[in-house]
Design a protein. Structure first.
Length: 236
């Protein structure tokens, strides 16, 4: 019997379905996420590598232009013969006093981010950069305190090299890049130069060198092996 004013409970009412995912549904979701990640992650890494390599090439072009300016302005002239010489990165970015001077270069010719560490290398956007100047034997010296006095003026008026290689090969970049006083960029991806574990020699992409460390060569390798034994290709 029903009581006036009170609703009679319905025993046949349908209860709402319990919320949440079943095990099968969870497995499907996980599988979809895995598939999407397998597509997205390589694309993201490829885009990052491409950006790092483009930045490395732009930096080498900046260094090449700065070297021409530095030499033409005769900022350094070790033997006082009226011929300007090429520079270290530290001199061009204003992180250390120019050779034979007492002041930092102002305005700087390259960004301060290219200041080198104790090993003579600059770390920028996933790449390491090094500039080399010649000693009396034509060997390319790295930019370390112990090498500053060994640069030979007459050869430094004519020769320099700069190399950019990945901090982590295959992760931050795949190519190694080379340029010298001739201003022609070269690239290589088979040598596996990477970080401080495999550092490219100063004259890696040169022809006719007595050794890979020599930077007073006869030219730059073009679709042939350079002094390091690796094939170097023009940068388009």
């Amino acid at each position: 019997m029903s009581v006036p004013g009170h609703a009679t409970p319905r025993h046949d009412a349908v209860h709402p379905a319990s919320s949440g995912f079943t095990l099968v549904e969870m497995l499907i979701v996980v599988a979809l996420i895995t598939i999407l990640a397998s597509i997205a992650v390589p694309k993201a890494m490829s885009a990052k590598i491409s950006a790092s390599e483009s930045a490395a090439l732009s930096t080498l072009r900046t260094i090449s232009t700065a070297q021409l300016q530095f030499r033409s302005q005769q900022i350094v002239d070790r033997d006082r013969d009226g011929q300007g010489e090429y520079a270290w990165l530290g001199e061009m970015c204003g992180s250390r006093v120019v050779t034979g001077g007492t002041e930092l270069l102002r305005p700087a010719l390259v960004p301060l981010s290219l200041a080198v560490d104790a090993a003579g290398q600059a770390d920028k956007s996933g790449y390491l950069f090094a500039v080399h100047l010649p000693d009396a034997a034509g060997i390319g010296l790295t930019e370390t305190a112990g090498n500053f006095a060994s640069v030979t003026a007459d050869l430094a008026e004519l020769h320099w090299t700069a190399i950019a290689w990945p901090v982590r090969a295959g992760i931050s970049g795949t190519h190694t890049y080379f340029v010298n006083h001739q201003g022609e960029l070269r690239k290589n991806r088979s040598a596996g130069y990477s970080g401080t574990t495999r550092v490219p020699p100063a004259g890696a992409a040169l022809l006719g060198s007595a050794s890979p460390a020599h930077i007073v060569g006869t030219g730059i390798a073009t679709n042939v092996a350079g002094a390091d034994g690796e094939i170097w290709y023009p940068v388009q």
